[in-house]
Design a protein around this ligand. Structure first.
Ligand code: ZN
Length: 98
């Protein structure tokens, strides 16, 4: 039974010292790469959570509530503005035609 070499960084076993030293070198680089990627991911998620907290704490949130109240009358507002738009465009058309 041959002695296996266990990697320091993962649970992999290598059959020879040569393979072990090559794998550990590769595995160490891979681990450092993953750690730096995790750190940058944490920075991004921190930024996102900060932005979310900012928007929740700011006055914009109360403005959104006001917009939602106005939104109940959205159909009326829309039809009124559409009527206004149609009347104006009709006037413009007649002006152009005359
Ligand atoms: Zn490894």
């Amino acid at each position: 039974m041959s002695v296996n070499f266990k990697c320091l960084y993962c649970d992999r076993y290598l059959l020879s010292r040569n393979a072990y030293s090559q794998h550990v070198k590769y595995c160490n680089e891979l681990k450092e790469l993953n750690i730096s990627m995790e750190e940058s991911n944490n920075d991004i998620s921190d930024m996102v959570s900060n932005i979310n907290e900012m928007s929740l704490d700011s006055d914009d949130f109360s403005q959104i509530e006001e917009l939602q109240k106005e939104f109940e009358n959205f159909d009326e507002i829309l039809s009124e503005s559409l009527q206004n738009y149609t009347e104006k465009s009709d006037t413009n058309m007649s002006n152009i035609l005359e």
